[in-house]
Design a binder for this molecule. Structure first.
Ligand SMILES: Cc1cc2nc3c(=O)[nH]c(=O)nc-3n(C[C@H](O)[C@H](O)[C@H](O)COP(=O)(O)OP(=O)(O)OC[C@H]3O[C@@H](n4cnc5c(N)ncnc54)[C@H](O)[C@@H]3O)c2cc1C
Length: 395
């Protein structure tokens, strides 16, 4: 949507084709954290990006600024609260490492749980002041209205079966016809493996589950130690996240994710995963152990070995931008707009250059059911270490 809108506003003739409803993918189903966190261990970032690693932090901050401006300038009513987000340490050792490696600064503060106003089952964490939380469904639907009102021609319920670069143009095949275009941008995220033109092994589809609880009162949240109400993500191998909503509920997500060869549009949340997420919630919020899950949903996102988005060129006329992992809420629209500028002929923005994938080949991915299970086990072992000094009983 962001790429199409930018191109339309640049005066290009744009057709946006969506298999379902605009925003139907991860964009409308995520947990709503707008954060400049990279979500990848700094060692992994350095290994994959070398000299460009520093630029990634700038990119992630600019992505949050971009999306905040998008919401404000376009007046999208999505309940955005600029709370910042806390990256909480799951164990005392983890918190010590955090303290040693991160200095409190204008845009972030490293502090213990009481200072951060979060339950003391977390030893402490970093409060990243940029960003906050919002309602992703409202953002996606609000954005959809803006795109539909723009000069871009939108075709929903129109799955693309094939994209072919024929040298002088690109041919996009649909159920009921074909589109011939000068250039194409793929933003198909976890569903990209279904298109032959995409580089092989571009990203692995991963299913993420989210749970929303029944209503909870302010007194319950205070008694549980969550006095600040600041949204929390954990510094695990696969993070866990906890936030309050405007509906006086709590949403928690991620923790236990599943990889697949192909993303399936009809997938539903798995009961065992929902139970595991609830266990994780009760572990960190023992004071809210009686607050029951009320509903669950899930969505697909693409994962890469570096845990970073991939943007590049599949063929001379076909670009791609996808796999923003758990950080696509700010990054996907920002990259969409930057890529649109580039495709329209502008000089490549330094943030786009930082994320840009130079090679068209991808090594076999390391994200698969086995590595994700090992990651889950490592995280639970870390929880047990953390719980020895905390009051909560972790899974
Ligand atoms: C449960 C969950 C929680 C998350 N939480 C957060 C969070 O709190 N913060 C955050 O920053 N990120 C979060 N993410 C990740 C974030 O939502 C994504 O990175 C981001 O939305 C990706 O946006 P996108 O536009 O690249 O892809 P998507 O939103 O997935 O859009 C891809 C679209 O392409 C369409 N499509 C695919 N194939 C075809 C085809 N062949 N023809 C036509 N259309 C096609 C799909 O229907 C879909 O609408 C979460 C993801 C999930 C699933």
């Amino acid at each position: 949507m962001s790429a199409a809108l930018r191109l339309a506003e640049l005066g290009r003739d744009v057709i946006l084709v969506e298999a379902d409803l605009l925003g139907w993918g991860a964009s409308a189903r995520n947990a709503g954290y707008l954060t400049p966190a990279l979500g990848s261990d700094p060692r992994i970032v350095r290994r994959f990006y070398g000299d460009r690693a520093r630029g990634l932090y700038r990119f992630a901050n600019n992505a949050v600024d971009f999306t905040e401006r998008l919401i404000a300038d376009r007046r999208i009513d999505c309940g955005y609260r600029a709370t910042g987000n806390i990256s909480a340490a799951p164990s005392p050792a983890n918190f010590e490492r955090m303290r040693a490696s991160v200095k409190s600064a204008r845009r972030s503060e490293v502090a213990d749980a009481l200072q951060l106003g979060i339950p003391t089952t977390f030893p402490g964490g970093i409060h990243l002041r940029a960003g906050g939380v919002l309602h992703p469904g409202q953002l996606a639907l609000g954005f959809r209205e803006i795109v539909r009102a723009s000069a871009a021609r939108v075709f929903e319920q129109s799955p693309v079966h094939r994209v072919a670069d024929e040298g002088d143009s690109v041919v996009i095949s649909l159920d009921e016809g074909r589109i011939r275009a000068r250039q194409a941008i793929l933003t198909t995220n976890a569903f990209t493996n279904g298109l032959d033109i995409a580089p092989r092994r571009l990203c692995t589809p991963v299913w993420i589950t989210a749970v929303e609880t029944e209503r909870v009162t302010a007194a319950q949240l205070d008694a549980a130690g969550w006095t600040s109400r600041t949204p929390i993500t954990t510094a695990h191998f696969v993070m866990q996240s906890f936030r309050t909503t405007d509906r006086d509920t709590i949403v928690y997500s991620t923790r236990s994710v599943q990889a697949a060869r192909r993303a399936r549009a009809d997938r539903m949340p798995d009961r065992r995963v929902v139970d595991d997420l609830a266990r994780g919630f009760r572990g960190y919020f023992p004071g809210l152990a009686d607050v029951a899950p009320a509903r669950a949903w899930g969505g697909w996102t693409g994962l890469t070995p570096s845990n970073m988005a991939v943007v590049g060129q599949a063929t001379p006329r076909v670009h791609y931008s996808m796999a923003c992992h758990g950080h696509g809420l700010p990054q996907a629209p920002y990259l969409g707009a930057l890529l649109a500028d580039h495709v329209a002929g502008a000089e490549m923005h330094e943030d786009l250059a930082t994320v840009w994938r130079r090679s068209r080949r991808f090594a076999p991915g390391v994200v698969n059911p086995v590595t994700l299970r090992l990651g889950w086990l490592a995280d639970r072992a870390r929880d047990r270490l953390g719980s020895s000094g905390a009051s909560g009983e972790l899974a």
